[in-house]
Write a protein that binds this ligand. Structure first.
Ligand SMILES: [Zn+2]
Length: 684
């Protein structure tokens, strides 16, 4: 034991404790013996790590001597404050009987932290007798420390005025144990106050430094952005994740946002989004129900960066660092068995995702990142020089507000053709339906996500069955036009690049014995990710050339394939949006039920790729598409409708001279638009 020249009360206590050779309970054992839950659906019940088993793994880590510092982040109101702050604070105060330093943003915070977080828990324990009845802390108001009946002191240190609390020896109060309930709030206050104090994490380290290896710091934090001090500490630390066991495949996975089922997002109402919320296991692709999720969280593993789970065992060494850092999210939340079906954890997450998807502001998105997924929020950079998602949403066709003529699924009576195209994915298809006028004006009157219900079939079978369902449920039914006549499609297609077997099988079945009929297997070529450049072959028996596209007969599939230059047609798609509505080569959108929230996802997809110019010594001015956002599926589907339209006679011929002028004036948008209007010619 290190003894300092000036005997400190806590050190004396510690020395006495050591002399008695008291054996302390582990922190998990102690918490389960002593703590009663202060709030939530199990309020008043004794704490048990069995409720949310990951809490036990984290508490066990607190006893592991290889760690000195602990930093935790997780979703809102999901044990972070209890296991990351209240339990360690009270364990050290009462079970060990030592002083604890608590870093707070300012003096006012100390009282609320005491009155709202700590006191209600202590009052339910056998330590309630130790709460001070004399002194400032007992009566509320401002105070800087509380001395409990066992002699242990809880000292609140304000991060912004730490220098005022320092003694002549420089650092002032020190202790072996430092805690901070919300590191992010303390960090923000410190930076707002322009104080010269170092960040909260450094302050805590400085105050526990003299205890060297025996020092312990516990902190929880919400993550705001990728540059957060807390996020940096989490990255530098052991980087543990709470992995949970998929009940379908037995693999331990960490559920992340990208694997939440997208079907919920495509719904018209929050209620439907709640009902359809599910999670796709990233290991086996099975969709978890709420029961699956509840089973998964009951078999967690704490897996540090670089480690893996093999047959249920965590293997590999943990990083050689002093900081234990761990993250979990709302998918780890304890399931309340009394919750109604549409109030379960998965339903609630899906509803929040749906709201964020539909809303135009960043606040919902930010809240999802911080409070549900515990990841840094990065502002979307969808505004490009070229086309923004807002430009897309502005193209809602408003004839008369709330008039049926501009509603979803309603075809303008004077439009000549209908084309529909789908972007095929493992679990569903993103499709877009458009009506066309011969001058390449078009109206996006419907779109959606058609989920495949493949069950245990092979991927090809499931996709083919899904395409046939789509044909029956959507394509064959047709749509009503504004004169209330039933309109059917003129051409439909689906992207065959990824699963040609399934798509060709659908094409053959749907077309019957007319091989060049309504249904097309499409394939785009271009500069995009994993794509080959488009090259049009010479016309012949098996090749029919079109505008930046051609049909080629694929003999072993006994069907024609529609190949197209995806760069050209995606640029065409973007030009449609940039051209003022009503002009040749422009596009409008149906009026969403909710004018404020409509088309949010669709518009983000449309701008998920951006055309970037570059200079090539041989080819001169050229360019390529760059991915801006993760989801571009409606862009691909919309682009496909343009290719199909060109084959129907809305054949859009670009005047090569005009094209050169347009290119030359790029990116002066106003000028380009004028020239653009003259660029499209009516085909045939
Ligand atoms: Zn699985």
């Amino acid at each position: 034991m290190i003894m300092h020249a000036a005997p400190h009360r806590a050190l004396v206590n510690e020395a006495l404790a050591a002399a008695e050779v008291r054996v302390h309970r582990t922190i998990r054992r102690w918490a389960e013996d002593e703590i009663y839950l202060p709030d939530g659906p199990r309020e008043g019940q004794r704490f048990s790590s069995a409720f949310s088993p990951f809490t036990g793994l984290v508490l066990d880590a607190f006893d592991d001597p290889r760690w000195r510092y602990f930093i935790l982040t997780g979703s809102a109101q999901n044990s972070k404050s209890l296991i990351g702050f209240s339990i360690p604070t009270l364990y050290h105060l009462f079970e060990i009987g030592e002083n604890v330093i608590c870093l707070v943003p300012d003096d006012d915070f100390a009282y609320s932290l005491w009155a709202e977080k700590l006191r209600p828990i202590i009052e339910r324990t056998s330590y309630r007798e130790l709460i001070p009845t004399k002194g400032r802390g007992s009566r509320g108001g401002k105070f800087t420390f509380l001395r409990f009946g066992n002699g242990a002191v809880l000292r609140f240190i304000s991060a912004v005025s730490a220098s005022r609390q320092r003694g002549s020896r420089g650092i002032g109060h020190t202790a072996r144990v430092g805690v901070c309930e919300e590191l992010d709030i303390v960090a923000r206050k410190t930076s707002e106050s322009k104080s010269k104090e170092p960040g909260p994490w450094k302050q805590l380290q400085a105050r526990t430094k003299s205890y060297e290896e025996r020092a312990r710091i516990y902190a929880g934090s919400v993550i705001h952005g990728p540059k957060d001090a807390a996020w940096e500490e989490i990255q530098k630390g052991s980087g543990a994740l709470i992995m949970i066991r998929c009940p379908h495949c037995g693999v331990h996975v960490f559920p992340e946002r990208e694997h939440l089922q997208k079907i919920a997002l495509a719904q018209d109402s929050e209620e439907d989004a709640r009902r359809l919320g599910g999670y796709t296991c990233q290991a086996c692709g099975c969709v978890w129900t709420e029961n699956d999720r509840a089973a998964a969280i009951h078999d967690p593993r704490l897996v540090h960066r670089g480690q893996e789970v093999e047959d249920g065992l965590v293997v590999g060494p943990a990083p050689r660092v002093k900081t234990f850092s761990v993250r979990w999210n709302d998918m780890h939340r304890w399931s309340n068995p009394r919750a109604e079906h549409n109030e379960t954890v998965l339903a609630n997450i899906s509803a929040q995702e749906w709201l964020a998807e539909e809303s135009q502001g960043d606040e919902d998105e930010q809240a999802l990142c911080q409070h549900v997924w515990a990841v840094p929020w990065v502002p979307s950079e969808s505004e490009s020089d070229d086309l923004s998602d807002r430009n897309v949403r502005e193209k809602v066709r408003v004839l008369i507000p709330n008039n049926r003529d501009s509603e979803k699924g309603r075809v303008p009576a004077d439009a000549k053709y209908i084309t529909v195209y789908g972007d095929v994915h493992k679990r569903g298809l993103y499709w877009v339906a458009r009506a066309w006028w011969p001058d390449a004006r078009c109206h996006t009157f419907d779109y959606g996500y058609h989920e495949f219900h493949g069950g245990k079939q092979s991927e090809n079978k499931s996709i083919m069955a899904g395409l046939l369902d789509w044909q029956e449920d959507v394509l064959s039914r047709g749509w009503r036009d504004t004169d209330d006549r039933l309109r059917s499609i003129d051409a439909a297609g689906a992207d065959a690049h990824w699963k040609p077997d399934a798509v060709f099988a659908w094409v053959r079945t749907a077309n019957g014995d007319k091989p060049k009929g309504l249904y097309h297997a499409g394939e785009g070529f271009g500069s995009g990710h994993m794509m080959r450049a488009y090259k049009q072959p010479k016309p012949g028996k098996t090749v029919i050339p079109g505008q930046h596209s051609h049909r080629v007969y694929v003999s072993d599939r006994r069907a024609w394939r529609l190949d197209f230059d995806a760069d050209y047609w995606k640029r065409f798609e973007h030009e449609l949006w940039l051209t003022p509505a009503g002009n040749p080569g422009s596009v409008t959108l149906f009026q969403p039920r909710n004018l404020k929230r409509g088309h949010f996802s669709y518009s983000k997809h449309i701008v998920a790729e951006r055309w970037v110019w570059e200079w090539d010594a041989k080819k001169g001015r050229t360019g390529h598409f760059e991915r801006e956002g993760s989801n571009n599926h409606y862009l691909d589907a919309s682009t496909g409708t343009c290719v199909l339209a060109s084959w129907l006679g809305v054949q859009v011929v670009s005047d090569s001279d005009a094209q050169k002028k347009v290119v030359a004036s790029y990116p002066e948008r106003g000028e380009r638009h004028e020239r653009l209007a003259g660029r499209w010619r009516i085909g045939r």
